[in-house]
Design a protein around this ligand. Sequence first.
Ligand SMILES: Cc1cc2nc3c(=O)[nH]c(=O)nc-3n(C[C@H](O)[C@H](O)[C@H](O)COP(=O)(O)OP(=O)(O)OC[C@H]3O[C@@H](n4cnc5c(N)ncnc54)[C@H](O)[C@@H]3O)c2cc1C
Ligand SMILES: *[C@@H]1O[C@H](CO)[C@@H](O)[C@H](O)[C@H]1NC(C)=O
Ligand SMILES: *[C@@H]1O[C@H](CO)[C@@H](O)[C@H](O)[C@H]1NC(C)=O
Ligand SMILES: *[C@@H]1O[C@H](CO)[C@@H](O)[C@H](O)[C@H]1NC(C)=O
Ligand SMILES: *[C@@H]1O[C@H](CO)[C@@H](O)[C@H](O)[C@H]1NC(C)=O
Ligand SMILES: *[C@@H]1O[C@H](CO)[C@@H](O)[C@H](O)[C@H]1NC(C)=O
Ligand SMILES: *[C@@H]1O[C@H](CO)[C@@H](O)[C@H](O)[C@H]1NC(C)=O
Ligand SMILES: *[C@@H]1O[C@H](CO)[C@@H](O)[C@H](O)[C@H]1NC(C)=O
Ligand SMILES: *[C@@H]1O[C@H](CO)[C@@H](O)[C@H](O)[C@H]1NC(C)=O
Length: 768
Amino acid sequence: MLVRLALSILPLVGTALSQAGGPYTDPDNGITFWGYTEPVHGVTYGYVFPPLGGTEFIGEIVAPIATKWAGAVPGGNMLQNLLLVAWPNGNSIVRSARIATDYLQPTAMSGPVLTDLPSTKVNSTHWKWVYRCQNCISWSTPTGTKSIPVDAFGVPAWAWSSVAVDSPSNPQSTFLEHNDFGFFGLDYAAAHVSASLYNNWAAGGTGGGTITPTTTSTSTTSQPPVTATPYDYIVVGSGPGGLVTADRLSEAGKKVLLLERGGPSTWETGGRYGPEWTNGKNLTKFDVPGLFESMFSDGNPFWWCKDVNVFAGCLMGGGTSINGALYWISPYSDFAPTTGWPVSWGNHAPYTAKMKARLPSTDAPSTDGKRYLMQSFDVAAALLKGQGYTQRTINDEPDSKDHSYGYSAYNFQGGMRAGPVATYFRTAKARKNFTYKQYVYVQNVVRNGPAITGVKTNDTSLGPNGIIPLTAKGRVVLSAGAFGSPRILFRSGIGPTDMINVVKNNAEAAPNLPPQAQWINLPVGYNVSDNPSINLVFTHPSIDAYDNWAPIWTNPRSADASQYLKNRSGVFAQGSPRLNFWRAYSGSDGKTRWMQGTVRPGAASVTTSYPYNASQIFTITVYLSTGITSRGRIGIDAAMTARPLIGPWFTDPIDKAVLIQGINDLISNIKSVSGLTLITPDNKTTITNYVNNYDPGSLNSNHWVGSNTIGVAGKAVVDENAKVFNTNNLFVVDASIIPQMPMSNPHGMIMSMAEQAVTKILALSGGP
Ligand SMILES: Cc1cc2nc3c(=O)[nH]c(=O)nc-3n(C[C@H](O)[C@H](O)[C@H](O)COP(=O)(O)OP(=O)(O)OC[C@H]3O[C@@H](n4cnc5c(N)ncnc54)[C@H](O)[C@@H]3O)c2cc1C
Ligand SMILES: *[C@@H]1O[C@H](CO)[C@@H](O)[C@H](O)[C@H]1NC(C)=O
Ligand SMILES: *[C@@H]1O[C@H](CO)[C@@H](O)[C@H](O)[C@H]1NC(C)=O
Ligand SMILES: *[C@@H]1O[C@H](CO)[C@@H](O)[C@H](O)[C@H]1NC(C)=O
Ligand SMILES: *[C@@H]1O[C@H](CO)[C@@H](O)[C@H](O)[C@H]1NC(C)=O
Ligand SMILES: *[C@@H]1O[C@H](CO)[C@@H](O)[C@H](O)[C@H]1NC(C)=O
Ligand SMILES: *[C@@H]1O[C@H](CO)[C@@H](O)[C@H](O)[C@H]1NC(C)=O
Ligand SMILES: *[C@@H]1O[C@H](CO)[C@@H](O)[C@H](O)[C@H]1NC(C)=O
Ligand SMILES: *[C@@H]1O[C@H](CO)[C@@H](O)[C@H](O)[C@H]1NC(C)=O
């Protein structure tokens, strides 16, 4: 059997989370566990430890039968950590201890000794695994010893799937990546019992436990009274939408507060996280373009939003600090009324020009003007030329996309990631009337019917109960991203009733909801889109796969590292893509859909039944963009995690048919390029079967738009001024208002959109 790769496992490290577990006694076995029942799937994960100094623990997973497998990671972060995975097989439980050393399938872990305890069972509604795990507290990894923090507060992780493992009777069975995962806080320091009690349970005994819940001193200690500063504009979120907006509002003389839940990114913003090889050079992971691929293979990925179930950046710059930095100037169609934009948005040119003036693009980012590692460009160009494509400087001719290819264009400057952080944020923060606060989480807007009076944050030093007020005519702009802004709306009583009811059932969020009579019913979360994308992997003898980017963090090629450190030139001055291409297709419904391709050395995964040379692999990712008709829905679950509720890919079969056509065309002349071989899919799999069997989650391009779509009352969430319908002074400016996939990777389009939106907001009467 082929090992399937679990590439999008989000290896999240924990911080203190709102969902904290506590003690409970399992009636089946009388064992007192410290644990948590995760509310979405209803699975309980429990742990109990002997006195400090022990090397083992007892744990359990109790899961409703819909759970095809579940995993518990007491150490939290999924990389290099003990993972206990179990599933039912008939009336018995099959389980194993695994370890994930990278983003591949977690493999057997040697060391831990597992013993099933007698209350392990499968019944008609649940399965339950109660186990003793010996030699399970510490283990060695390539980077040193890792341990469960038994004397401290921990953030254990869980993983869950509704898809059965490949061979249920085999404890080491492979499985598809989990459908869901999460974390909860647990005070391991409290989760210990006496040696005698523990030993009794470990030997299969029951009962005897008495819970003395550690008085979590929810000290309502009298803090000094907090006074809050009111602002003209409060902008929530420092992604491309928020940074452009906050900069232009402060430039216009408004008193602006920008709030960001995450911390710094680039060195300039206070970030300090970088590889050893850049020590002393004032460079972070977020500065060095060539470190992009390490975003997905890092053991400490603090930058991903922990309560969004797809990749989303939660730090200064939002997605632009962690993305591939492909940066494209919009064609007319990106804002055309035919793609859902109000007619008043049709002339994007002046706004795109303003953006280009602040942030030009480059397709030769190395400071010496040379291009490096270009073999995949040459091979793909040969393939495309045979199909009638023409090479262009893409951003010089944004409206000439059909059958065009060119060098990948980026938002880099001086060989470093630039984007809105090194431009718009730089100018904003120099202004006296601009205030930036990081690590501030906005929970909801505070409103009285249609009138927004402020925002509620988790930072009680900024205002009473964390509430920051607006000035008399002040306004709030949500720029928290395609998942973040809808969640804030739901928690403010704005959106479909089913989502607001989820908030109402959440003990922490419910008290901040306005009364039901003030709920505002809008289609928040509906009609979202994202580019469906399919990876094709090839080999060609000319390719340097750059060791599939694996050593770039710890052990880069030394000549390339020193060239970058000295001169900001060479391979590390560029991201991983080398070439992009576009082609228009007419579907059987008469609609035009656009295909985009991105070519890069290396591959995220390879599935083939033939041998191949891993040093020669490169990937063409093929997406469908403007014109797609498939739509999905996003929302929140009981734990307030934002997630896709209905995947937006291929809900219309014509989208799929067009992409299959596009891929077949792309490889139609492969034999004309000597030495070029398609290895994923290999020649035993047709393109149609490959696309039909593609893991739906892997179709995600992280280009989500449309969850607060712009348009007309009754069908949309915001009006043509980006104002939320039925409110006086609440606006949204981020990817969520975009009604249709733009032509290309979206952040350039988002910044042009924000330039236009903020102009309209400033022009709209009634504001500060
Ligand atoms: C892995 C990856 C690769 C990508 N590659 C590319 C690429 O190469 N080119 C391209 O153009 N696009 C790419 N994208 C997409 C692009 O980054 C996004 O479309 C873009 O960043 C969206 O901008 P935004 O302003 O809507 O939101 P975001 O960039 O998501 O910013 C939202 C900000 O709001 C903050 N926030 C959220 N909720 C709250 C809250 N409650 N309180 C306070 N702050 C909050 C977040 O921390 C974040 O900083 C990629 C995305 C990902 C994830
Ligand atoms: C099955 O076991 C679970 C967990 O112990 C229990 O909650 C549930 O009531 C049991 N179901 C039946 C039908 O006995
Ligand atoms: C805000 O800053 C701008 C630019 O520095 C300045 O022109 C304006 O007077 C300032 N406004 C206030 C209210 O401080
Ligand atoms: C790094 O930044 C510090 C200040 O933060 C500065 O003193 C130092 O000179 C900088 N070093 C380099 C190599 O730029
Ligand atoms: C608020 O939330 C952010 C993001 O989760 C976190 O980093 C910060 O520490 C929190 N602040 C407080 C005061 O709890
Ligand atoms: C840096 O650039 C200079 C000038 O082009 C060149 O002489 C030197 O060799 C480069 N250094 C490295 C390490 O590449
Ligand atoms: C694999 O490719 C590399 C890089 O092109 C080459 O050096 C090596 O000889 C190849 N190995 C085999 C077995 O062909
Ligand atoms: C399929 O590919 C393999 C490996 O490249 C090759 O050996 C085989 O001949 C191919 N089969 C066909 C039918 O093309
Ligand atoms: C969703 O989009 C469809 C067209 O694709 C449109 O008919 C419908 O009104 C939209 N629904 C909402 C809630 O915006």
